[in-house]
Write a protein that binds this ligand. Structure first.
Ligand code: C2E
Ligand code: MG
Ligand code: MG
Length: 404
């Protein structure tokens, strides 16, 4: 036992010990919802101490003290048992079941037979392993990285989901996230302000979600309280939402009802609010194609192009990818004889490169182009200089629209 323990703490420890004997620690369940559909898909079990007089003591009052000794591990096993019992009951009664995450203190990482005990406990209820998720805080993973990386791989191979809890709350090690085979990343609520309006905050969050998704981690935002936060998290393609906005931690019976009900009460079906980022982009593209029937991307540095033709347009009779110079030659040949030279020189690679170096944002001309019906029509062609952060190549997006 730790020597730095005050009389007051010793007293609390005795009470925790007795409370454990009396099964006074029970899980409350906080649902986790799909950020896009509002469907309840999983939950986290959070310990509550129900005193004999019916009072509810929150973890802040007993976890720090329990963590000074092995009492915390006893609480965690008690919660796991209660969750397994709940899942077993749901299965037996043929109710809808969802995975439930159980918090495991960093103390377990030093427990010799942790993995064995986890398997034995869950198996003793005969429930599938994927109905239990093991939540480890990022600080637990900082202790002995190699041992933790191995432990997490083994637990994952046993069929349990593993979540990294409170990511971003402390000294997160990105290399640990890279090496560890956890499949869920819980982003700590300390990274979210009331309305996520600070640019730096947005950049940090967007980057976390981007790397997490590339590492194929399921992302959960914790502590979501406002619609503004939800709206922003959706633009980051955040997968799951856990927070007071949708539901507070609740007793087993209420959670059972919420689970069967499937969707959160407050789900907003407005597509503008619920759509992921990719859908926003495709809607914007639809609007762009309505105004500009021909959109071409070109890489001037490599003399190449990529054509996105939406509707029939006279210039689309050439291949959709190829050499940019050849595209311009082809384009010029479809113009009125008096406009050909202007078109050719304006959009030559050399001319565009010079405009780019002068700091122009775009190059635009209007020419007459022959349509399939043999009639010349005015066409406006604009080359916008754009940048891709991962290359130094000079890129342009060409938008063509009919003026007649
Ligand atoms: P945690 O694992 O990060 O759990 C999330 C905490 O955030 C919970 O606090 C939850 O009630 C709270 N929370 C969720 N949504 C919101 C929100 O929208 N706004 C705000 N302000 N808070 C929100 P709780 O239940 O008080 O638990 C606190 C911490 O105690 C947990 O943080 C976890 O680290 C620890 N804990 C709870 N139960 C257990 C347990 O069974 N074992 C272990 N080892 N630790 C536990
Ligand atoms: Mg947790
Ligand atoms: Mg957390």
């Amino acid at each position: 036992m730790n020597d730095n323990i005050s009389e007051q703490e010793k007293n609390l420890m005795d009470r925790i010990e007795k409370a454990l004997e009396n099964d006074e620690f029970i899980p409350f369940y906080q649902p986790q919802y799909d950020a896009t559909t509002g469907k309840l898909v999983s939950a986290e079990a959070l310990a509550r101490w129900i005193t004999p007089d019916g009072g509810i003591v929150s973890p802040a009052e007993f976890i720090p003290c329990a963590e000074k000794t092995d009492l915390i591990t006893k609480i965690d096993w008690a919660i796991l048992n209660a969750v397994c019992r709940f899942q077993k009951k749901r299965i037996d009664e043929k109710h809808r079941c969802v995975p439930v995450a159980v918090n495991f203190s960093r103390k377990h990482t030093a427990e010799p037979f942790f993995r064995q005990k986890l398997n034995e406990t869950v198996d003793s209820y005969g429930i599938p392993h994927n109905l239990i998720e093991v939540e480890l805080t990022e600080s637990a993973m900082m202790n002995d990285s190699e041992a933790i990386v191995n432990l997490v791989s083994e637990i994952r191979n046993d069929g349990f989901n593993v979540a990294i809890d409170d990511f971003g709350s402390g000294l997160s090690s990105l290399s640990l996230v890279k090496d560890i085979s956890a499949n869920v990343l819980k982003i700590d609520r300390s990274l979210l302000s009331g309305n996520c309006e600070s640019e730096k905050e947005r950049i940090v969050l967007e980057s976390i979600f981007a790397f997490a998704h590339r590492l194929k981690l399921t992302t959960i935002a914790e502590g979501v309280e406002t619609r503004e936060q939800l709206g922003f998290l959706r633009t980051c393609d955040c997968r799951l939402i856990q927070g007071f906005l949708f539901a507070k931690p609740m007793p087993e019976q209420d959670f059972g009802k919420a689970c069967s009900q499937r969707f959160c009460d407050d789900y907003n079906e407005d597509i503008l609010i619920t759509q992921p980022h990719a859908s926003v982009t495709s809607l914007i593209m639809e609007a762009v194609f309505t105004k500009f029937p021909l959109v071409i991307m070109a890489n001037l540095t490599r003399n190449s192009y990529y054509m996105t033709a939406y509707e029939n347009f006279s210039a689309t009779s050439c291949p959709s990818t190829g050499v940019f110079d050849e595209l311009i030659q082809h384009g010029a040949s479809t113009m009125h004889p008096d406009d050909r030279e202007l078109f050719r020189t304006t959009f030559s690679v050399d001319n565009l490169m010079e405009a780019y170096k002068r700091g122009e944002k775009f190059v635009k001309i209007v020419t007459r182009q022959l349509g399939d019906d043999g009639v010349y029509r005015k066409v406006e062609t604009t080359d916008f200089f754009v940048q891709n952060p991962s290359v130094d190549d000079v890129l342009v997006v060409t938008l063509c629209q009919n003026l007649d």
